[in-house]
Structures are given as structure tokens and as C-alpha cells.
Design a protein around this ligand. Structure first.
Ligand code: TYD
Length: 209
């Protein structure tokens, strides 16, 4: 049980796995049951963190070093936690976030495995909070990448890195889920969205009961 009675849930997965759709469907289902729901995302989720998001997702691929990137993601997360997540939990809301610290562990960890210990140290020092429950929407990267690239837009910096990198990300998420089986639930995303949503809602209801 989180401080103030709220619950903190995150959705994770590779680019295009459908986690944003699942977050939206769960938010709708919980709101229909009369629960206070706050939906948010990373990088971003608060005005300051959304400014940092633009620094991260726009511009050319080599704009930041891996070290600077980890610091920017962590700075954005700190602002998101302070300004959006903790106040909502204190009000008793269910907070659903599209990505949280597991994304830094997996994405920055895949790019630079040697930084994994620094990532955990920064997390412990400045964030110090895990979601109560995490849904890993798992999917074959070939399918997910095709969906992601099809969406287009300015935020190409992280999505243009190819199927090999996405396969490493999928493996990273699955390893993390295996290491934290109570918190992280592995969900097969390669099914109709309604079937995935039904499983996510059932697990959530159990967690909130
Ligand atoms: P996001 O908006 O979730 O993209 P998408 O909806 O396409 O999955 O995140 C933007 C990109 O930032 C995405 O490729 C994942 C990456 N990312 C990291 O590398 N580290 C992080 O800590 C976070 C939160 C995101």
C-alpha cells in the first residue's frame, strides 16, 4: 500500500508493443468503476519533465553521451515523481505511468551495460521508489518495430535504431521481469488488444482489492 492509499502502476515494453493503448484501456475501465485515475508518461509527465523530454527525443542520435542521457532521464523522473506521481498518490489516486525506471535500466543498460551500476545508484539516490505493479507488454520486436516506425513524427531518435537493438531490449525487459516476478507481470502483447486488456484489468483488480 502506497502512502496516502494510492497505487502506482507502470507499463513497460519495447517501442510499439502497445503499452500506451493498454494504459488507456485500463484507465478507462478503472474510471468507469469510479476510481480516481491519473495517467502519465515518461520521459515527461510534468511540465518540467516534458521540457526535458524534448531534449531527449528530438535532434540527432549522437546529441548526448550515454552518461548525459542517464542524467537527463533521471532528472526528468525526479520532477515527474515530485510534481505529478507523489501528489496523486497522496490524494489516493491510482497512477498509471507509460514507462518508469525500468525503461532506464533496460534501454540505457542495453546501450551501455557498463553503466548499469551507476543507473541503480542514481535511482537509489534520487528516485528511491518502484511501482507497486508493473505490466511488461511483451512482443516480438519485428512486429512492434513495424508499428512504431509506421507512426512517424519528430520523435525518431529512439525508434530508428533497428530490430537488433529492439531484440536486446526485449531480452532486457524479460530478464528484469524474471528477477522481480512479484512486481513485474509479463503480459503476452501479441494478442488482440481486448484480450490483453482483460488480463491487465483482472491482475489490477486483484492488486487493488
Ligand atoms: P516513449 O514515449 O515511451 O516512446 P514509445 O511510446 O514509442 O515507446 O519513450 C520515448 C523513447 O525513450 C523510447 O524509445 C524509450 C526511451 N526511453 C529510454 O531510453 N529511457 C528511459 O528511461 C525512458 C523513460 C524512455
Amino acid at each position: 500500500m502506497a502512502a496516502g492509499g494510492g497505487r502506482f502502476l507502470s507499463f513497460e515494453g519495447i517501442d510499439g508493443a502497445g503499452k500506451s493503448t493498454q494504459l488507456r484501456l485500463l484507465a478507462g475501465a478503472l474510471a468507469a468503476e469510479g476510481r480516481a485515475v491519473v495517467t502519465t508518461r515518461e520521459p515527461g509527465g510534468s511540465p518540467g519533465a516534458e521540457e526535458i523530454r524534448r531534449l531527449l527525443v528530438e535532434g540527432e542520435g549522437g546529441r548526448w553521451s550515454a552518461e548525459t542521457e542517464v542524467l537527463l532521464f533521471t532528472a526528468a523522473r525526479r520532477d515527474h515523481l515530485e510534481r505529478t506521481i507523489l501528489p496523486a498518490l497522496a490524494r489516493g489516486a491510482v497512477v498509471l505511468t507509460d514507462r518508469f525506471a525500468d525503461s532506464t535500466r533496460v534501454y540505457q543498460g542495453a546501450a551501455r551495460p557498463d553503466l548499469a551500476a551507476e543507473v541503480e545508484r542514481l535511482h537509489a539516490a534520487f528516485i528511491g521508489r518502484e511501482p507497486d505493479l508493473t505490466f511488461l507488454i511483451d512482443m516480438d520486436p519485428a512486429v512492434a518495430l513495424a508499428r512504431g516506425l509506421a507512426r512517424g513524427g519528430a520523435e525518431q531518435r529512439f525508434e530508428g535504431r533497428g530490430a537488433g537493438f529492439q531484440a536486446a531490449l526485449r531480452a532486457g525487459f524479460r530478464t528484469l521481469a524474471a528477477a522481480h516476478p512479484r512486481r513485474i507481470r509479463l503480459i503476452d502483447g501479441a494478442r488482440p488488444a481486448a484480450a490483453v486488456a482483460a488480463e491487465v484489468l483482472a491482475i489490477t483488480r486483484e492488486a487493488l482489492a
